[in-house]
Ligand binder design. Structure first.
Ligand code: ATP
Ligand code: MG
Length: 499
């Protein structure tokens, strides 16, 4: 790895201080032991500086030690002259030991540093691959590339994605210099598929270095790297990083395309279902109404009174059905577009349920309905009209999906800070795998198919209940039939805070 390193002065200062200390110690010992032995003490300083800082400081320490030793302990004293030539051998040996020790120590240090760097890199690469595996959107992958590249290469990073010559900045560090010129260089890299910018032979005047993210289908992105100190880059690492990043980015692009396609298909499917079901569901009651009314008009006088009232009854029933369907369509449009106006006020739950049952009077005919509301529940904060829509839909379902003689039970109880409301029937129940999906728009369970419907009722209920900060879910009763349960906050929010 190429790295710029300035000369640090601290090791030299500390080495000089060590030589001074050793000299002072030797001056103390002078007279007690032969000065020739002092060389061993000086060697200690050389070894320490070799181990701590490497070759140069240790050679500096050796030379400084030789000079101090010569000055203070070799005759003539306090000069750098040497009278006894044997000292020259000691000096030479001393220097040689210093160099060898520092070579060995600095080699070991370098190895340890490399090992540490390697470990750090494999750790980041491992983390990168895990982050890549966990992210399946282009934005997430770009964020992972940016974070890890910046960390590994110690630089600011920008990630561009694009195709042909259209370049988009997907993510960048705040201090990355993204200007027109830099973008132009990145675009060049995207188009040409080779690195350019600072430290390369192409467009070298730019601030950043730009590396292509290449796949077999061409270049799909560019990594921009920028070092404020104009330092050099670890090219080997860049290659590894860009290789891994290209694979991850390609995977995210494919996944995103697939998702878009799925969404488009789903939209088309929904539109088809909507058109089909609406045209069918709107037409059926309309045909009945028109049929009944035109027969009445033509043969009014010749008809039996009972047939007449039967025809009128049919027309009336079908128009109610039509009215509910159009109401549901309007509701779902409001829920979907977020324009559902909700006016929450304390409402008498018995009143809401009673009014809903009245709306469905004709549908219920002679069915037995049981309403059980726990004592203590009087007023629940809700939008009266909207909650009526919920009950009408739920009771309508209970009627549709159960036998004519079965019972429908509506209950309400306190559950913590919420009111738990259940609409329970003992009909066919909902297939276990559909318990959640029945709340999807237009979703209808496979069985019973013969019952008509658009699959909108429960999705409207969910929209309305969620607008009340509540939740709604479906369950099957152990004794058969389905329960649709909802939890609605029992207190208006401000009131709760005020308590
Ligand atoms: P719509 O209410 O729009 O006229 P729908 O009744 O089919 O049509 P939802 O009310 O959304 O639509 O219900 C979705 C599906 O959930 C139904 O088709 C039915 O299969 C199932 N379902 C709903 N309520 C019950 C229930 N009480 N018992 C059994 N199945 C139910
Ligand atoms: Mg329904």
């Amino acid at each position: 790895m190429l790295r710029q390193r300035g000369i640090k002065v601290l090791p030299y200062i500390i080495s000089a201080v060590m030589v001074g200390t050793v000299t002072a110690l030797c001056l103390l010992l002078n007279g007690h032991i032969d000065p020739a032995n002092f060389a061993v003490i000086y060697i200690m300083a050389v070894v320490l500086s070799a181990v701590w800082w490497g070759m140069r400081p240790s050679i500096f320490t050796s030379i400084l030690g030789v000079l101090a030793f010569d000055f203070f302990f070799v005759h003539p004293l306090f000069t750098f002259a040497v009278s006894d030539l044997s000292y020259l051998y000691i000096f030479a040996g001393y220097l040689a030991v210093g160099i060898v020790v520092s070579l060995v120590a600095s080699g070991a240090r370098e190895q340890a540093r490399h090992a540490q760097e390697r470990e750090q890199r494999s750790l980041v690469l491992y983390r990168l691959s895990r982050e890549f595996a966990a992210s399946d959107s282009i934005v997430e992958v770009a964020a992972a590339i940016k974070k890890n590249t910046g960390e590994l290469l110690e630089c600011s990073t920008a990630i561009f994605t694009g195709r042909l010559n259209e370049l988009f900045l997907t993510d960048a560090d705040a201090d990355f210099p993204v200007d027109e010129h830099e973008r132009a260089v990145a675009t060049w890299v995207l188009v040409n598929g080779s690195a350019a910018g600072a430290l390369t032979r192409t467009l070298a005047a730019s601030k950043g270095l730009y590396v292509p993210l290449k796949t077999v289908q061409g270049t799909i992105g560019v990594i921009g790297l920028y070092k404020w100190d104009n330092g050099v880059y670890d090219m080997e690492m860049i290659e590894v990083l860009s290789g891994q990043s290209s694979v991850a980015l390609q995977r995210a692009i494919l996944a995103e395309n697939a998702r878009l396609e799925d969404r488009a298909k789903e939209n088309n499917r929904l539109q088809a279902v909507l058109l089909n079901s609406i045209s069918h569901d709107l037409r059926t009651p309309l045909v009945s109404i028109t049929g009944a009314l035109s027969t009445l008009k033509q043969d009014f006088d010749s008809m039996d009174a009972s047939v007449r009232s039967e025809m009128l009854e049919t027309a009336h029933e079908e128009s109610l059905h039509l009215n509910r369907l159009v109401g549901n369509l309007l509701d779902i449009t409001r829920v979907e577009s977020g324009t559902l106006k909700i006016n929450i006020k304390p409402c008498d739950l018995r009143d809401v349920i009673g009014s809903s049952l009245r709306v469905l009077k004709d549908r219920l005919e002679n069915r037995k309905t049981v309403v059980e509301i726990e004592d203590g529940i009087f007023e629940v904060p809700m939008d009266f009209a909207l909650m009526m829509r919920v009950f009408v839909n739920l009771i309508d379902n209970a009627v549709k999906y159960s036998a004519p003689e079965s019972i429908i039970k509506i209950s309400a109880e306190i559950s913590g800070e919420n009111v738990l409301i259940k609409v329970v029937d003992n009909g066919f129940g909902i297939p276990a795998q559909d318990l959640e999906r029945v709340f999807d728009k237009f979703y209808r369970a496979e069985k019973p198919r013969q019952v008509s419907g658009t699959g909108l009722g429960l999705s409207i209920c969910r929209g309305i209940v969620e607008a009340h900060h509540g939740k709604i879910w479906a369950a099957n009763n152990p004794s058969g039939g389905a329960s649709i349960c909802m939890e609605i906050p029992a207190y208006i929010k401000e009131e709760k805070h005020g308590k």
